[in-house]
Design a binder for this molecule. Sequence first.
Ligand SMILES: [Mn+2]
Length: 188
Amino acid sequence: MRRKAVDHLLECVDIMDATGSKDLKLWFADGTNYPGQDDIRARQDRLAEGLAEVYERLGDDQRMLLEYKLFEPAFYTTDVPDWGTAYAHCLKLGPKAQVVVDTGHHAPGTNIEFIVATLLREAKLGAFDFNSRFYADDDLMVGAADPFQLFRIMYEVIRGVGSPPRWRSCWISATTSRRRSRRSSVPS
Ligand SMILES: [Mn+2]
């Protein structure tokens, strides 16, 4: 099963080559629902191993973008639950690996602009998914729940873009989500 999953990602890079796509954006739904269901550390080892194989396959002008989410569909552990885990994997992989910040993927009260500022300082902010949330991963239009938070995030983005030299080596891609009236697939 793991082989199949990694091969799928490698095939994605083949398609990137064919289409001229630059970014392999990854969000993993994997996790566990109950303590003891699986070995947390071993899962991280397997994840790192798989990511490394795909990273090696990337071309010089291609990036791997790793997205994190606190929970859902798993409720106990998620393999990439937060920016720290995503950052640790990306740091180990190399400069072509960067973190995706989905603004709807944090615990209530999280200081997202601090995460943005920190990742920008480290040249590890690769992309945004601009969403908003009242409860969990609501996928509402960005700024819906807290417009001032969006302002604070953008303030850090503007500061980060204007602060060389480390920022020069990376750039941000962004997508915005619209609320899906009825989800037919697992949200990312
Ligand atoms: Mn997302």
